[in-house]
Design a protein around this ligand. Sequence first.
Ligand code: PMP
Length: 379
Amino acid sequence: MPFVRTYRDFNATSPLRPPARAAVLDALDCVGNPSSVHFEGRWARRVLEDARGGISNLVNASPRQVIFTSGATEANTTVIGQKRWVGIAATGVEHPSVLEAARRHGSGFTQLPVDRDGRVSIEAVKAWLSTSDDGERLVCLQWGNNETGVLQPVAEVAEIVAEAGGALHVDAVQAVGRVPIDMADCPISFLTLSSHKIGGPQGVGALVLGPRGDLHRPLLVGGGQEHWLRAGTENVAGVAGFAAAAVCALSEISDAARLCALRDRLEEGLASVTPEAVVLGKDVQRLVNTTSFGLAGFRAETLVIAFDLVGVALSAGSACSSGKVGRSHVLGAMAVDEDIAQSTLRVSLGWSSSEDDVSRFLEAWAKVTQRDRATAKVA
Ligand code: PMP
């Protein structure tokens, strides 16, 4: 890279942790297919099953509840694509992999309202569950939002859904490793995880099945892997890296105070340079690593480029979808004012972030907003 860069986009992808990198490289030496019965196959199988144990520990589940996938998008699609749902409800702030799959399902899709901070309306969940009892219903609720970091009342909704006999799917991609998740303590039917959000390699994830979370139909067919629930040779090196990252992430949950202090310092600095900046979800529970803010009169795309030029990597809203520029559906569902929505940036910190990173961000923020006021401002 041409000059020193600081990376503040952990919610898009966390940099690969050194132990995860080492685990991937070790596992690449595994020559066997985990379905083969010979020594090499059994070696690969051992790596795979050890990784399954590591991922189950991360969310206090048992290894047999874990199905490895190619990432969170596949895990979400697998659950939502089950034919048996007679209705699917999801908030408008879910990841597009949830919303698109729900809209394409043949049964009716209901968008659950959220408040101005992006939290689901409990009353709306109850009302939707009580409208009919003609079959099994699925509620989809993310644990923490990828753009704003706002946390949902998952435990409360899980109880309500279980009582009504429905199933709850929780996309925990951004929350896992940042808040404690205990599958044994919460009646979640399906939980989605992704390796690259916790410092593992990209292209690998998991679906964790809760007691009410039986899958009737695999998304991928043609092989008996993952207990016949997901066909295809497993990504042995990928899951090894995922599990190594999970061990680190789990031990760092206690480090949340450090990240929270960094984020708070960043937000205080932001307020002193630009008091008119609006931080989204500031007064509700959020992921400690995430801050999302807008400054009326600016355009987020212009700001992202200006930051990039001074060596700072951050996102306009969500960076998950290639090259996508446009209004964030998350901010739309939250009814964020247009001038704030079109200027909103997301800074997401993680395991390698430091005080220095925050200082460099604040220096860049002062430079970019003042020097570039004329060019970044909306015409
Ligand atoms: N859900 C959420 C909340 C996410 O942030 C993302 C990634 N941006 C996904 C799902 C999709 O994850 P993956 O890249 O593993 O498919």
